[in-house]
Design a protein around this ligand. Structure first.
Ligand code: GDP
Ligand code: MG
Length: 382
């Protein structure tokens, strides 16, 4: 809690910082909401609010929990010889209505081709496509959930799902506030950006202007001597989609060293999860390392279970999923939250024990928060 302010504390507990300031004032402490408060003040608050001020972060606590089972999320993957190239994981970002959804759909259907014509398309929150680059088939994983939210909520949890961001800018509209916001998010995360200048089928399209505008934000096109790849596309006319995919692969090759150990027990992130009437909890996960297999015991946030079946983006059964592959997992006891981690563990017993500990912790934190809110309300009312 070192350096924590009342605002931080209020956010954690879900109360109004101004009320905390007021409460402390009544207790004889003059503190502003944003200044960092010392432990004595936190203790005083804790005492008054009947709340044990947590000094350990939930992340540290979870790390400790896993380590007590001899597990670690993001453990060392071994030597060079243990690693193999994995596909880049891409999110699509940009201003509203600039064509993110349509582009994701176009990339998906262009790749699937006729195979799914008339068939059932599964929206599992992520999919993989294959593209030919210099005579070699290269895979790319797209996270298909509303790009921005997935990206930010996962980053907030400290989980990095994205390797490359495609920044979609409509060529008729140009750079808009959310374009800049997306750009800043990607930069802050150190994620390379490929620009898709979209809607070039439109009469009013001005792709040159987009290049000039983004240059002013430090995203300079290669053809102007910078290091960002810009590709003019039309999601509507399915124009230059292959060029966009190639740009993603080239950007990955040039600036990232994407490799993973596919031999170890699988670990990764939950992309989305829902309760299916017939199938029970269904979670789309992104395998980040190792290989996930049917029959594996997994723990995903406060959910656990044995992988009963896995489906790919075409709705077809798969028996294993290697690094960067998204898969729909059946067999969990509950629906984990987007951005939570999953790990393969030794057996069902271990999975259940970890999940139960996490659940108990979440429950205790909720109860503590409720208690604080109630005490504060009482204090204000008196
Ligand atoms: P999002 O808010 O970024 O997800 O944008 P959408 O994908 O929903 O697209 C917004 C609108 O722009 C929709 O009416 C799309 O059909 C349209 N649109 C998307 N891409 C193109 C394109 O390449 N050309 C044209 N003419 N319209 C497009
Ligand atoms: Mg959309």
């Amino acid at each position: 809690a070192r350096g924590a302010s009342l605002t931080d504390f209020a956010d954690k507990v879900g109360v109004d910082a101004a009320q905390l300031v007021q409460m402390l004032f009544h207790l004889g402490e003059m503190v502003t909401a944003t200044e960092s408060v010392n432990e004595a003040v936190l203790d005083l608050l804790g005492e008054e609010l009947n709340y044990v001020v947590q000094v350990v972060s939930p992340e540290d606590e979870d790390r400790e929990l896993l380590s007590s089972f001899d597990l670690e999320f993001g453990e060392d993957e071994g030597d060079d010889s243990d690693l193999s190239v994995r596909p880049p994981v891409v999110t699509v970002m940009g201003h509203v209505d600039h064509g993110k959804t349509r582009l994701l759909d176009a990339l998906r259907s262009a790749n699937v081709g006729d195979k799914e014509a008339g068939g059932i398309t599964q929206h599992i929150g992520a999919y993989q496509v294959t593209t030919d680059v210099d005579g070699t088939d290269r895979r790319i994983t797209f996270i298909d959930t509303p790009g921005h939210e997935a990206f930010t909520s996962m980053r907030a949890r400290g989980a990095q799902a994205t390797d490359i961001a495609i920044l979609v800018v409509a060529a008729d509209d140009g750079v808009m506030p959310q374009t800049v916001e997306a750009l800043n998010h990607a930069k802050a995360a150190g994620v390379p950006i490929v620009v898709a200048v979209n809607k070039i089928d439109k009469e009013s399209a001005d792709p040159t202007k987009v290049r000039g505008q983004l240059s002013e934000y430090g995203l300079v096109p290669e053809e102007y001597g910078g290091d960002a790849m810009f590709v003019d596309v039309s999601a509507k006319s399915e124009l230059n989609l292959d060029k966009l995919l190639e740009a993603v692969v080239l950007t990955a090759d040039a600036s990232l060293d994407l490799r993973a150990n596919s031999e170890q027990d699988a670990q990764g992130l939950v992309i989305e999860a829902h309760l299916d009437r017939g199938r029970g909890p269904v979670a789309t996960v992104l395998v980040q390392r190792g290989t996930l297999r049917v029959g594996d015991s997994i723990v995903a946030g406060p959910a656990y279970g044995r992988v009963r079946a896995m489906l790919d983006e075409h709705g077809e059964n798969i028996t294993e999923a290697d690094p960067s592959r998204p898969a729909m997992v059946l067999g969990l006891t509950a629906t984990p939250g987007a951005g939570q981690t999953f790990l393969v563990v030794d057996d069902d017993r271990m999975a259940r024990q970890i999940a139960e500990k996490r659940e108990a912790r979440e429950r205790a934190a909720m109860q503590a928060k409720r208690r604080v809110r109630r005490t504060l309300e009482d204090f204000m009312a008196s």
